[in-house]
Design a protein around this ligand. Structure first.
Ligand code: ADP
Length: 145
C-alpha cells in the first residue's frame, strides 16, 4: 500500500489543493492530508476547523485521511511510516522554495518529494488570495471545493 503525505497550511483548503489530492490519488493508494501548525503564522481558521472541513469534503473517499501535526513535516511522515511527500508548484517562486525544502527533507530522512505542476486554470489560486477576498466581504465559494 503506497501512501503519500500532502502537508500544508490549507488556510483555507482551495480548489487548487483539491486538484493536487485528486491527482495524487491517481498515483498512490492513500493520500494523507496533513494540516501543519505553524508557530509563526497565527492562521485565519483554527487548525481543527480546517481539519474538520477537509474531512467533511472527503467523507466518502476512504483513500484520503486528514490529520493535523506539529513540528517538522518529515518527522511526522516518519512517525506514520510514510516515505514520500507531494507538493504543488504554481510559479517559479514556488519551485525554488519547494526544491530547497525537498533537498533538506531528503538529506535529513531520505523522504522524497513529488512536485506536481499546478493545473493552469488553478495556478493563480492561493489560500492568501481567498483570505484577502473574504476579508473584504467577497464571496469566496467559487474558489473552494
Ligand atoms: P504551505 O504554507 O505549506 O505552503 P499551502 O496550504 O499554502 O501550505 O499549500 C500547500 C501546498 O499546496 C503547497 O505545495 C502549494 O504549492 C500547493 N498549492 C497551493 N495552491 C495550489 C494551487 N492552486 N494549485 C496547485 N498547488 C497548490
Amino acid at each position: 500500500m503506497e501512501k503519500i503525505l500532502f502537508p500544508g497550511s490549507f488556510d483555507p483548503f482551495t480548489l487548487g489543493h483539491a486538484d493536487i489530492v485528486r491527482r495524487a490519488l491517481g498515483l498512490f493508494d492513500e493520500v494523507v492530508v496533513a494540516v501543519g501548525y505553524n508557530e509563526q503564522k497565527k492562521g485565519w481558521m483554527p487548525v481543527e476547523e480546517r481539519v474538520e472541513a477537509i474531512r467533511r469534503l472527503y467523507k466518502d473517499e476512504p483513500r484520503v485521511r486528514v490529520e493535523s501535526y506539529t513540528g517538522l513535516t518529515v518527522d511526522f511522515a516518519k512517525e506514520r511510516g510514510i516515505t514520500a511527500i507531494v507538493r504543488g508548484v504554481r510559479t517559479t517562486a514556488d519551485f525554488e522554495y519547494e526544491m530547497q525544502l525537498a533537498d533538506v527533507n531528503r538529506r535529513l530522512t531520505g523522504i522524497e518529494t513529488i512536485l506536481l505542476p499546478a493545473s493552469p486554470q488553478l495556478a493563480s489560486l492561493s489560500s492568501s488570495v481567498v483570505r484577502e477576498l473574504a476579508h473584504f466581504g467577497h464571496d469566496i465559494s467559487a474558489f473552494l471545493p
